[in-house]
Design a protein. Structure first.
Length: 162
């Protein structure tokens, strides 16, 4: 598999599969700090409410957990300057087994909770490396959730372009 767009798509499909199977609310290409010098786009951001009760309440939202996934298919993609933004409670780099090995060998793994790679059949992601936990999330849940909503293109009860 040498076609970078194909690899990126297949890795992204596995992230979606993981987010859905874990019952997370999620969106792709979530932008933070828009229109500032610190603007960053994260490939996938997921959210799961905290489990303090059976119903989702304001407290379960505030106690929820955000997961951020950056998909990188090769060194050019990794060094492009786009991505590697990790704002979640759990942060993951998603790449091929080969590229993860290369980053590990060159001591270039970012400080994330885990590096996720596809299994040999490309049916699921597994943890290949656990470089170390990232810093604690600094953005409030309301900002994180609002950016997930905006990434879906919804404003004022309708989807933009409809």
């Amino acid at each position: 598999m040498s076609d970078r767009p194909d690899i990126t798509k297949r890795l992204s499909d596995l992230v979606v599969k993981r987010l859905v199977s874990q019952g997370e609310y999620w969106s792709r290409e979530v932008v933070f700090d828009q229109l500032t010098d610190d603007e960053r786009r994260i490939d996938f951001v997921g959210f799961k409410p905290g489990q303090t009760s059976i119903n989702t309440t304001a407290a379960t939202v505030e106690l929820g957990e955000f997961s951020c996934y950056e998909v990188k298919s090769c060194m050019g993609d990794f060094k492009s300057g786009h991505g590697l933004s990790f704002y979640g409670d759990r942060n993951y780099l998603v790449t091929t087994q080969e590229f993860a090995g290369e980053l590990h060998q060159k001591i270039m793994l970012p400080n994330v909770d885990a590096v996720l790679c596809p299994d040999k059949n490309w049916t699921r992601l597994y943890q290949k490396f656990t470089p170390g936990p990232t810093r604690n999330r600094t953005k409030p849940a309301s900002e994180m959730l609002w950016n997930i909503v905006l990434a879906h293109g919804h404003r004022n009860g309708y989807k933009e372009g409809e």
